[in-house]
Design a protein around this ligand. Structure first.
Ligand SMILES: NC(=O)c1ccc[n+]([C@@H]2O[C@H](COP(=O)([O-])OP(=O)(O)OC[C@H]3O[C@@H](n4cnc5c(N)ncnc54)[C@H](O)[C@@H]3O)[C@@H](O)[C@H]2O)c1
Length: 394
């Protein structure tokens, strides 16, 4: 496919004026693009207009923009109540509801009304980019660009070509996204891409430790923060994300990998969701957020804390290594995704080098022999590297 160069003069179309679509539209407009925002719901468009007014007023208040700059950025965003409003876009970002059938219904009419060189990207978190692309007439123009929430602030973007995406399209899109101040990593079209896959053990292994009664949630959070330097503990983070959303992502990744035991969800998290203890948004989750509520205090036992950290970290490193082995992403991109996407204190593969690959394999083998559970199988890549005395970084 021939396509035009993407630069500041390229008009950007955004479909879906919800959480992600408004953030992406704001981001593109702040970087000089004319943006057309379309939503099937008029109410969503009205709300988006209000959101922009508030957001830009706040940016002026904080001194991030002058009021004249804010006016200019706002003027660059226009609203469309039909898909036809996007016909002059050079790149269209789809950020509508996470439903394959609805998305597949959108792409063919969209592809028919934009120019032949217009690139179509989906912001899906969990659906197959390949299945979406191949539902359109010219699948080579479709790829995934996964922003994180809130899109204007989060540093990372995952670029997700499928096997039919021409290399020059990947390069042009990555260049554009880097120009928007983002760190762009490249990932194969596989469930959870990099971040939502590699981060799973942070939650699921913490939940296993909790389920077995080896430690309570406050102690596990303490160990990961105090000894592991993670910014938040797994249980605090699950409460912040929402246990319903976090559980759903784990369940989706588990099912998408044909019930791979490494991704097995936790029954206690499911119970929490069933009980409506969704986390901060409901004032109740693993912790009680009500004013003056008494929460359990961590058991600050160094040996226990160290065992917790070693176990969760070994599982995280194992997942990062599997992603590299299965060519989901490069060593550098896996580390960059986890440090800039979810603020891990260190790249997992760099951390593996520092700990010694052999010691990580040893930890995993110990767990595997103890539990006789395939979930703890050390990645063949780690075993091979340990045998050959290799490291991820020279
Ligand atoms: N919210 C997040 O944290 C997050 C992060 C990364 C990616 N995503 C992905 O981004 C996409 C959007 O998520 P969101 O949280 O912004 O959703 P949202 O519910 O806030 O917004 C979706 C919008 O799409 C509109 N819409 C639905 N069907 C439409 C159609 N056929 N045509 C036009 N508009 C339509 C709705 O009216 C709504 O305004 C999803 O694919 C989601 O998986 C979300």
């Amino acid at each position: 496919m021939m396509h035009s160069v993407l630069d500041r003069t390229s008009m950007i179309g955004v479909i879906g004026a919800g959480t992600m679509g408004t953030g992406i539209a704001q981001l593109a407009a702040q970087h000089g693009h004319k943006v057309v925002l379309y939503d099937a719901s008029n109410e969503a468009l009205v709300n988006a207009r209000t959101t922009f007014s508030k957001v830009f007023a706040r940016l002026v208040e904080k001194g991030a923009l002058t009021s004249q700059e804010a006016e200019e950025v706002k003027r660059r965003i226009t609203f469309a109540d039909t898909l036809r409003g996007l016909s002059h876009a050079k790149l269209v970002v789809e950020a509508i509801v996470e439903d394959m059938a609805v998305k597949q219904g959108l792409f063919p009419p969209l592809a028919n009304l934009v120019s032949a060189t217009c690139i179509l990207v989906t912001n899906t978190s969990s659906l197959s980019v390949t299945a979406l692309a191949t539902a359109t007439q010219h699948p080579s123009r479709v790829l995934g660009v996964h922003f994180f929430n809130p899109a204007p602030l989060m540093a990372l973007v995952e670029i997700v070509p499928w096997t039919g995406t021409p290399e020059e399209t990947v390069i042009a899109v990555a260049h554009l996204i880097r120009g928007w101040g983002k760190k762009a990593v490249r990932t194969k079209d596989t469930p959870g891409f990099i971040v939502n896959r590699v981060a799973r053990p942070f939650y699921t292994e913490a939940l296993r430790i909790y389920d077995e009664g080896l430690a309570d949630h406050a102690t596990i959070d303490w160990a990961m923060k105090e000894l592991g330097n993670f910014r938040m503990g797994p249980f605090e983070l699950m409460d912040m994300i929402g246990n319903d959303i976090n559980f759903k992502v784990t369940e989706t990744v588990f099912q998408s990998f044909f019930y791979e035991p490494r991704f097995r969800p936790s029954l206690s998290q499911k119970k929490l969701v069933e009980a409506g203890m969704l986390g901060k948004k409901r004032n109740r989750g693993w912790y009680n957020y009500a004013l003056h509520a008494e929460n359990a205090q961590p058991q600050k036992n160094a040996a226990l804390g160290d065992a917790i950290l070693r176990r969760v970290r070994a599982m995280l490193i194992n997942e990062a290594a599997e992603a590299v082995l299965q060519k989901v992403a490069s060593v550098e991109d896996v580390d960059l995704a986890m440090t800039s996407g979810v603020n891990y204190p260190k790249g997992l593969l760099k951390w593996c080098d520092e700990l010694g690959v052999a010691s990580v394999v040893e930890e995993l083998s110990r767990l595997q022999s103890e539990y006789q559970d395939e979930r703890y199988r050390p990645s063949p890549l780690l075993k091979r590297m340990a045998r050959e005395g290799k490291q991820f970084y020279a």
